[in-house]
Design a protein around this ligand. Structure first.
Ligand SMILES: [Ca+2]
Ligand SMILES: [Ca+2]
Length: 154
């Protein structure tokens, strides 16, 4: 999404929110809102060997006591993207893995092996990053986080 569109969307949301009477705003109800899973990127690296690349992306997953107690089924996956001013380029996606929530959490690492031609999406250098997804199949909630960007010259 380009910046102008993002600003337009934000303005539209503010305009809608501005029309809601204060009395109808949802009250904070901490007892009813279960703390949810979190996804935290821990490392993102890119190595080049000729025209072959090895890109790794690790993230820590943690789960709420509620999710662990109810043993909600989760699925996790990761995607590799190249950043542009609008409409980033999709490069690759891992397979989806099934995840059982545990109180100690867990670490997932994805390894992408694209070629230089797959990464070469524009003139000049590229800016790659990864996204991690964690989906609660019970509630449909999807948690998403992005890594930092790495500047490369494929
Ligand atoms: Ca770019
Ligand atoms: Ca691009």
């Amino acid at each position: 999404m380009n910046n102008r569109l993002a600003i337009t969307c934000a303005a539209a949301i503010l305009a809608v929110a501005g029309n809601i009477p204060v009395a109808s705003a949802l009250p904070a109800a901490p007892g009813l809102v279960a703390p949810a899973a979190t996804v935290t990127p821990t490392s993102f690296t890119a190595q080049q060997s000729g025209s072959n690349w090895t890109i790794t992306f690790s993230r820590d997953l943690s789960f709420s006591a509620f999710e662990v107690r109810n043993q909600f089924p989760f699925q996790g996956w990761a995607e590799l993207w190249e950043q542009d001013e609008s409409d980033d380029d999709f490069i690759s996606r891992t397979r989806v893995s099934n995840i059982t929530p545990s109180s100690g959490g867990l670490t997932q690492t994805a390894t992408f092996r694209p070629t230089s031609s797959q990464l070469d999406t524009e003139l000049g250098g590229e800016e790659i990053y990864a996204k991690a997804f964690l989906k609660n199949l019970e509630t449909g909630q999807v948690f998403q986080v992005a890594s930092h960007r790495i500047q490369i010259s494929p």
